[in-house]
Design a binder for this molecule. Sequence first.
Ligand code: BES
Ligand code: MN
Ligand code: ZN
Length: 497
Amino acid sequence: MEFTLKVIRPSHTKTDCLVIPVSQGRCLTPTALACEQASAGGLQRLLDHGDLGKEAGKSLLIPGLDGIKAKRILVIETGVDVLNDNRFRTLVRSMTQLVGGLAVKDVICALTELNVPGRDEAWILEQTILTLRETRYRIPKETISPEPKLTWITTTLIATPNLTDKVTQQLRGQSQAIANGIDLTRDLGNLPPNRCTPQYLAETAQQLGKDWGLKVKVLDRSAMEKLGMGALLAVSAGSHRPPQFIVMEYMGGKAKSRPLVLVGKGITFDTGGISLKPAPEMDEMKFDMCGAASVLGTMRALAEMKLPLNVVALIPTCENMPGGAATRPGDVVKSLSGQTIEILNTDAEGRLILCDALTYAERFEPTLVVDVATLTGACVIALGHEAAGLLSNDEGLRNELQAAGEYSGDRAWPLPLWEEYQEGLKSNFADLANIAGRAGGTITAATFLSNFTQRYRWAHLDIAGVAWKSGKEKGATGRPVRLFCRFLIEHARASQG
Ligand code: BES
Ligand code: MN
Ligand code: ZN
């Protein structure tokens, strides 16, 4: 999808479709009022017929109007006088679906003239582009018949005269970069697990390195053995596909400035291992690499945005399979940190691959580390599908991430990390057990990780409830790429002073 952002006189501009919002059947925004004038009151007379309805998202397609150059006018009802974040995004979604059903090539959209209290024009533009791209996304499907080509390819968003052209164009580029990162994350998540293997993720990282000038290194099994990544290796033991440890470096900042490190869980399929999962919905465990995919998507977006930051991505990736060589409940392994772990449940594998990656992160002397993982079913129970779980050993970092989530609409919500929770992870046979009881599963998983993150500021995002959708809408969401990008944009701004 191509976007143009400009200030135009919509009634005098040719287009296949002009989209204008109205509120309770009344023209209020500048474009709607201009159309009202240009049509000598014709627009309002049509609305007065009352066909539109007063509910949010209701629409009326007007096939041309005297005095207005657009071939069609799509009027959309906002439903309320005062919008909020969610209602604004819902409107953009409705408009995208409506326009997607028309045989149009180009669209001029005036939803960007709406006012959302507490949000500025930059937010409106970014959210419009991101929500439109999100709604337009299609899963690359493996079929024998080719997918029909999309006809709608360009969108002109009406920009406000308040923003300079430079700022507007920068916002457009930035939003497109974020959307491209989200698409990559979703594509990777949606691939079947026989295609999206650890090796495929490594190749994707290498390709991103070539395309975007990132430094990429992939450690193979023997390199991991030499380093002593016993926890990661224990998870991959049952699989015939070799594990990979991906290291990517984006150096957009000053050469000496310490990097931020992002760590993503990359289990390309989680059967549970010997602690085998039940059959229903097990296919969804192909999404267990969505943390890794979101880190790759974020790196792509970051490079395209050219943010002045140094960011390292670490992706431990493997399959969790049962088999003759698989790790057993009761096995004790030695992690890269030197701490030993009694593996009581082989289905609690995410924390095992993450803990070695978190120890590896120390070598970059990071200013902060954020890991992201589809870590616990308990997080879905606690927060549902709206917010990621957010746990941190640093209050400031936790607040920054929560704020980035709130701004971007890709929310995360805090849970506590008190030392009392360590009690449940005690083992008679090793330094740590990999599970505690059923209670507080998201917290005890993060508490396990906290034993490997004492040397830096660290936060953990549990995206088990938000990384993909089930049922009819089954597919990856691309979360939390939006949150990460906002977080990084804010960091870049702060470091520029
Ligand atoms: N990948 C799963 C977590 C998960 C399960 C995410 C269902 C989304 C939906 C993770 O590896 C796992 O199996 N966790 C266990 C931990 C338990 C054994 C302590 C879980 O949540 O049941
Ligand atoms: Mn598991
Ligand atoms: Zn898992």
